[in-house]
Ligand binder design. Structure first.
Ligand code: PLP
Length: 285
């Protein structure tokens, strides 16, 4: 079955789907994106993803591509046409197509909207979570506005490749102060030996993950103690557990950081419990 993409008003074969070469997303990374998990063919935490999308657009002074109710229908239709049971739906909005000039087009042009979806292998992801993954750390080199989910991801691309080259799954950025910010495409968490769950505050230096926000609700309901604060790689090396969170991985236990074994080298029980409980707290639509 060929995959279907939505591009500026048309559902097309992904193979043929294309944007104009003067699309500002293509030329300047002048665009934003969102990724929602699909479970049982339904979007997970859609309202929170849309609220973040609207914020990203506002921060970049970009127009909405269409009303939210219509956007939801398009995203559901892409999921349906691709027969996604478990996977992700990807949405990208750019400022639109205009002759190349750094300043915003004047008058404004119509934003470009692309929606794609793909299946993920549930069993494979579960097996990976049962083994745990390795991460490395790397120097933070992104712009200060990482709170906006822009398609300008070149530093993230290079960090992920560095991780792969070193036989790891993900790279955690470390800021100039020596503190972990987040992963190339996930939020970073550790669990202290006395059971406190620690993740950096979303105020500065990270994308405010939707999975992170839902996990904070999960922690409260499990009566686990949350600390939103900075932590160093060294604290992480000595943590009882570590994990990463994102819409496509939910909770992925980390068993090694920069070659240092975390805990007993196996996924931690709290991380696995959070992974299990997550969908009881996420909204499905
Ligand atoms: N941080 C970065 C840099 C990301 O790219 C992502 C997800 O893609 C996240 C954090 C996690 O965000 P969410 O849980 O909303 O997927």
């Amino acid at each position: 079955m060929s995959r279907i993409a939505y591009v500026n008003g048309h559902y097309q074969n992904l193979r043929d789907a294309a944007v104009n070469v003067e699309d500002r997303g293509y030329q300047f990374a002048d665009g934003i994106y969102e990724v929602c998990e699909i479970v049982d063919g339904k979007m997970v935490d859609f309202p929170r993803h849309m609220a973040r999308m609207q914020r990203s657009l506002r921060e970049l002074r970009m127009a909405e591509a269409m009303p939210l109710s219509s956007l939801k229908i398009v995203m559901q239709e892409v999921v349906r046409r691709n027969r996604i049971h478990y996977g992700i739906v990807y949405l990208q909005i750019s400022r639109g197509v205009a002759h190349r000039d750094h300043g915003f087009p004047s008058p404004a042009v119509k934003p470009s909207l692309v929606v794609t979806a793909k299946s993920l292998n549930f069993a494979k992801n579960q097996a990976q979570a049962a083994r745990g993954v390795k991460v490395i750390t790397t120097a933070e080199n992104r712009w200060p506005r990482v709170d906006i989910k822009t398609v300008g991801l070149l530093p993230n691309v290079l960090a992920r490749q560095e991780a792969r080259d070193k036989g790891a799954y993900e790279a955690w950025y470390v800021d100039a102060g020596g503190f972990v910010t987040e992963g190339a495409s996930c939020n970073a968490w550790i669990i202290t030996r006395d059971g406190k769950v620690v993740t950096r505050s979303a105020e500065r230096g990270i994308l405010s993950g939707i999975t992170r926000a839902v996990l904070i609700d999960v922690l409260a309901s499990l009566q686990l103690k949350l600390e939103e604060r900075n932590f160093t790689p060294d604290e992480a090396y000595h943590a009882a557990e570590a994990f990463v969170s994102s819409a496509s991985q939910i909770v992925m236990p980390v068993v090694s950081i920069d070659g240092n074994v975390i805990g007993n080298g196996k996924p931690g029980s709290i991380a696995l419990r959070l992974r299990e409980e997550f969908h009881r707290f996420s909204a499905i639509s």
